[in-house]
Write a protein that binds this ligand. Sequence first.
Ligand SMILES: Cc1ncc(COP(=O)(O)O)c(C=O)c1O
Length: 397
Amino acid sequence: MDMATDATHRSTDDLMGVDKALQIPLYAKRDIVLVRGEGAYLYDNDGNRYLDAMSNYGVAVLGHAHPRFTQALVDQAHRLTTTHQSFGSDARSEFLETVMTIAPEGVRKAFLSNSGTEAIEAALKFARAATGREKVVAARRGYHGRTFGALSATADRKYRDPFMPLPIPAEHIPFNDADALEAAIDDQTAAVILEPLQGEGGIHLADAAFLQRAREVTSARGALLIADEVQSAIRTGVPFVMVDAGVTPDIIATAKAVANGFPIGVTLVTEAISDAMPGGAHGSTFGGNPLACRVGTETLRILADDGLYENARIRGEAIIAGIEALESPKVRAVRGSGMMIGIELKSRATPTLKALQERGVLALMAGNLVIRLLPPVIYGQEQVDELVAALGDVLAS
Ligand SMILES: Cc1ncc(COP(=O)(O)O)c(C=O)c1O
């Protein structure tokens, strides 16, 4: 069998038709069926190859079918795939130890779950329980997930409006406006929640001064500071962007890249917050399962062993420099950090995204105007050149 075709030999139209017939139509479909991946490349049902510049929404940082990752997954699958957190687990203990090698001093108690929104949900519940307060301050353009609690913090009305009223009172201040942030925090504020590098909202980096004010004011007023590093962790070339900016939050929520795309959520908290949580106040049946933990450990080890944090920084800078050198009249701005890059266009990004896909490159949008690049951090110069060349083609015409 041709490795680039799907195991069932069914056509693209047939398989997409099943999705359309049987799924709630929540996703804008891109009409290709992905069946295989290898390194930085994906293959569709018809054998076409694509350069992966999106890592499946930022998760597959090591690319696809990484030999060490795959081996770890298979080994663990042969041993034990599920263990409730009321039992000990070698895989879980090892993962906790490995995660703490990237956690900042003082934020080294973990809750394990299965997704970004669950990591945020836990963060918000912990903030409520630890402070006894309800209100959350978040940023405009901020995205924190779509379960009810996380959605309360998410800014976009398109996601919020169908589900009002939302359970957590939230105020959304302009991103990077420290005065507005300070004015919004009062004695009812449980937490300020911020993406230090906004993803969905268009790739906007927080100013260090803004984050520092957030830290100072929350500490002074008895509120907590939550870093949403679900998308920004690891791929930016540092474990956590907020910590790299010199600010240690009380809670860090992360997911996506941590287990290279295997579902996992991690909420890290201070000792004081951990101590404030009554037993049984939160939990997850699947959270901390041995499969996710084992591949999470392996992912974090590969990143360190292979110098991939540094590679993310180097390749990310090269991509940005390459796009800037195109001097495309269609581009308003290029920004980002490591392998989390936004190209803001002067007009809607959808046609460019489609042209990229036709040209064999898979990327994402962030809002209407921004092409979002979330490539695997394993890119070499060859992939950088390929990506920039494709962007050159679609941004020139
Ligand atoms: C910053 C941020 N927070 C939370 C989430 C929600 O994560 P998930 O889709 O895994 O629930 C996302 C997902 O895109 C995200 O980018």
